[in-house]
Design a protein around this ligand. Structure first.
Ligand SMILES: CC(C)(COP(=O)(O)OP(=O)(O)OC[C@H]1O[C@@H](n2cnc3c(N)ncnc32)[C@H](O)[C@@H]1OP(=O)(O)O)[C@@H](O)C(=O)NCCC(=O)NCCS
Length: 173
């Protein structure tokens, strides 16, 4: 059996046993959507920067809208499990070319890990699995947006090899 590169092996970076599976498939996929909605709504305030404060209710609504947009396009849903329990998810678009170069890419719309399961590699395992799926689809890049003050996410992405490509600027008027 050919050896796969470490980054293609779901869960390679985890310090605990993590299973990453495709979401929404078969019996075990029942409840994935509800899990994503609930965890995403609970976590999404980490994406709000001090440069543009917003009320939590509005941000949660924006997360619901993001999920609808993702679902209306070609996308991949990944669910991370520990001991059979869902502990994280990642959603990425697989047919959204880069707007500057038009090169194909995977674009991470959102990912989140249950607070009690953070810092042990679940996020890294989800990201590695997403990259594996993107490679299988022949996508040469993976891209995403991250809020400047979201230190945990920035650290994860940096350690996983992501580098700043562009900056989103904002000024209060
Ligand atoms: C970002 C997030 C997905 C990371 O998940 P995770 O499972 O903790 O990630 P990992 O365990 O793989 O950790 C990756 C690195 O980040 C570090 N890290 C985790 N939590 C951290 C924190 N609160 N502050 C700083 N670094 C942190 C880990 O220590 C690890 O570094 P290490 O390997 O040097 O120890 C998680 O914090 C989360 O769900 N945040 C809320 C939602 C969110 O912000 N999503 C990203 C939207 S862009």
């Amino acid at each position: 059996m050919p050896r796969r590169r470490a980054a293609e092996r779901p869960g390679f970076a985890a310090r605990v046993s993590v299973r990453v599976r495709a979401g929404g498939r078969g019996e075990e996929g029942d409840g994935d959507r509800a899990f994503i909605t609930e965890l995403g709504r609970r976590c999404v305030m980490t994406s709000v920067a001090s440069a543009r404060p917003a009320p939590p209710a509005m941000v949660r609504l924006a997360f619901d809208r993001l999920c609808e947009i993702v679902e209306s396009q070609s996308h991949v849903t990944l669910i991370a499990q520990r001991n059979g329990e869902r502990v994280g998810f990642l959603l990425f678009l697989d047919q959204l070319p880069d707007e500057v170069t038009t090169l194909p890419q995977g674009f991470v719309a959102y990912m989140a890990v249950e607070p009690d399961h953070r810092g042990v590699g679940v996020g890294a395992a989800l990201l590695a699995a997403a990259e594996g799926e993107a490679r299988r689809r022949g996508l040469p890049y993976m891209a995403l947006m991250v809020t400047e003050e979201n230190e945990a996410a920035r650290k994860l992405y940096h350690r996983s090899g992501y580098r700043t490509e562009r900056r989103l600027l904002c000024k209060r008027l």
